[in-house]
Ligand binder design. Structure first.
Ligand code: ADP
Length: 553
């Protein structure tokens, strides 16, 4: 028996129409040098229509064509987010912190026909223009820029405002799109290898947005103002831009002002209720708030994900500033919402902590299983560790292999029965809480035992004089691999390495204690602000680190 229900496609077009009308008075605020610039959702939707007209009528963009953005989080980027998928084209968000070579690679791989680029980042694009294939026909530049940068570009160059001006403010948006059609492409940031493309469908974006808005996740409503510090090129800012149009939450866009001081200022002034970013950003903001002078009490929730959140960071926000920090896990391949750490009911604040420091629970739409080293299913008992595999309507089932090619399903990334192999290693409790111990590639394999680099980092970062700590595996003659601890001390710190080792010795098993230690100026970071362990391992191998050996006393 079939249902009697309507079969209505779940599309970005629906999200755009809903936000533009029902939530037409909600606002998108972009932080600029000259103060905040505010536009209503209705105005943003009208400008999206003008952009769609320009793309179709002037630049010849048709259904299925790829339109890229190389932009900060701002109103114009939001306009592209709405216009491009709703006209049936495909939005490709380019990561403006990628190394030049990778940037050129993904523009060519996705066959971008147009790039909408912020004038402030045009130098990055100009530098790679000679390497771009002739599939790229037009650049649309938003904001002031230096035209000399584009002297060698044979394609069309357009100024964003001039291009959209005087065009109709409504557009025949596609209501009949196949919900399984491509809406957006995002490449992984290549922390552990070459970038790989994930193509989101209208349906996956829509369903994922509903999860972002669910009470057990971000829980966005029209009463919220949300500050996506996470860039719109990092897994679609975790779904927030579209989810806001669905729920009517105001958006506060930080543009390129991602340093602790302007962030603290915009929070103080615009009073967002929810925000999201990777731990490194929150580390800097916490220091800024600790220094005093800014009020951040409007924030009801700050979501941290992208790397393991050190418990000391969560507690710092909560205990010193009354801001609740929620830990979440995800990846480009999972749209990204995979887990969210809401503790069970009936616990005291103290009893909640062991749940809150985990990566959290899976929503109903994300199924999870753990696979052991020989492919066996591991029990969800909170102890047995394995590689996390997931399945669900917003989880990738393959990688994009380029236009016209069949998608790729490499065996190390997708199981035979179609689950995504995340490359993350951890445990799951009977009631569904995930604890990641490491990325498979970062686990330290010492004499047949596994040491979690994340556990050592979290313990070290709980020391009051440690600003950051990154632990990597290095080759060891006797044990195969041993941990190397690299530590960034806070200004004025007096602790020496011996003291740090003694501090760690009270908290982890003695066989896990690193012998190799190095004090560094800064931990190298990837294009999305994660610890770049590839670089640390290479620095160690090339003897660029000053390593101190500390044995058992
Ligand atoms: P990349 O793989 O290029 O770093 P992603 O942003 O897709 O780009 O990274 C996803 C990975 O980030 C996950 O597989 C996991 O290893 C890590 N990660 C994300 N969130 C968390 C978290 N809360 N705790 C630990 N690791 C996390």
């Amino acid at each position: 028996m079939f249902s009697t229900m309507q079969d209505v496609p779940l599309t970005v077009t629906r999200i755009l129409r809903h936000g533009a009308t029902v939530h037409g008075t909600s606002t998108v605020t972009t932080w600029t040098e000259d103060g905040p610039v505010v536009r209503t959702f209705a105005e943003v939707a009208a400008r999206s229509a003008q952009l769609a007209h320009a793309l179709r009528d002037e630049l010849g963009i048709r259904e299925g064509d790829v339109v890229a953005t190389l932009m900060w989080n701002n109103t114009e980027h939001q306009e592209a987010y709405l216009a491009v998928p709703s006209m049936g084209a495909v939005l490709h968000t380019l990561n403006l912190r990628l190394p030049a070579q990778q940037l050129a690679y993904i523009v060519n791989h996705a066959a971008d026909r147009v790039i909408v680029v912020d004038g402030s980042v045009l130098p990055l694009l100009a530098a790679v223009l000679p390497q771009l294939a002739d599939t790229l026909e037009h650049l649309v530049v938003s904001g002031p820029y230096d035209p000399a940068l584009l002297a060698g570009f044979a394609g069309g160059v357009h100024e964003y405002e001039a291009l959209i001006a005087d065009r109709p403010t409504d557009f025949p948006w596609r209501d009949d799109l196949d919900e399984r059609a491509a809406a957006a492409i995002c490449y992984t940031s290549g922390t552990t290898g070459d970038p790989k493309g994930v193509v989101y469908s209208h349906r996956s974006v829509y369903l994922h947005c509903m999860q972002v808005n669910a009470a057990d996740s971000f829980g966005l409503t029209g009463q919220d103002t949300v500050l996506p510090v996470v860039p719109m090129f990092h897994v679609n800012a975790w779904g927030i831009p579209h989810a806001a149009f669905m729920s009517g939450a105001n958006l506060l866009m930080p543009d390129r002002f991602l340093q602790p001081k302007p962030l603290a200022e915009m929070i103080d002034r615009i009073r967002p209720t929810v925000s999201a970013a990777v731990p490194t950003i929150w580390n800097g903001l916490l220091d800024e708030l600790d220094a005093g002078g800014h009020d951040a009490t409007s924030l009801r929730m700050v979501v941290i994900g992208g790397s393991a959140c050190p418990p000391a960071l969560m507690k710092g926000f909560e205990e010193r500033h009354g801001i609740r920090v929620v830990h979440a896990w995800g990846m480009t391949e999972t749209s990204p919402l995979g887990t969210f750490a809401t503790p069970p009911a009936g616990l005291t604040a103290e009893q909640e902590w062991p749940y809150r420091v985990t990566q959290g629970r899976f929503p109903a739409s994300v199924e999870a299983r753990l696979t052991g080293p020989s492919g066996e299913r591991m029990p969800h008992d909170g102890v047995s560790a394995g590689e996390l595999e997931v399945r669900g309507p917003w989880i990738a089932g393959a990688y994009f292999a380029g236009a016209g090619r069949d998608p790729e399903r490499p065996a190390d990334k997708f199981s035979e029965d179609g689950w995504l192999r995340t490359g993350d290693v951890g445990t799951i409790t009977a009631d569904g809480f995930l604890t990641l111990t490491d990325r498979a590639k970062d686990v330290i394999k010492s004499g047949g035992e596994w040491i979690s680099s994340v556990e050592l980092e979290n313990q070290l970062m709980a020391h009051p004089e440690v600003a950051e700590a990154a632990v990597v595996a290095v080759p060891d003659e006797k044990w195969g691999e041993r941990p190397l601890a690299t530590v960034v001390l806070r200004p004025g710190a007096t602790a020496g390495l011996r003291e740090l080792r003694a501090f760690l010795a009270e908290r982890v098993a003695s066989w896990q204690l690193p012998e190799r230690w190095a004090i560094v100026e800064a931990v190298p970071k990837t294009s999305v602000g994660k610890f770049d362990k590839k670089v640390i391992r290479a620095d160690y191998a090339a003897e660029r680190l000053e390593v101190t050996l500390l044995g058992k006393e």
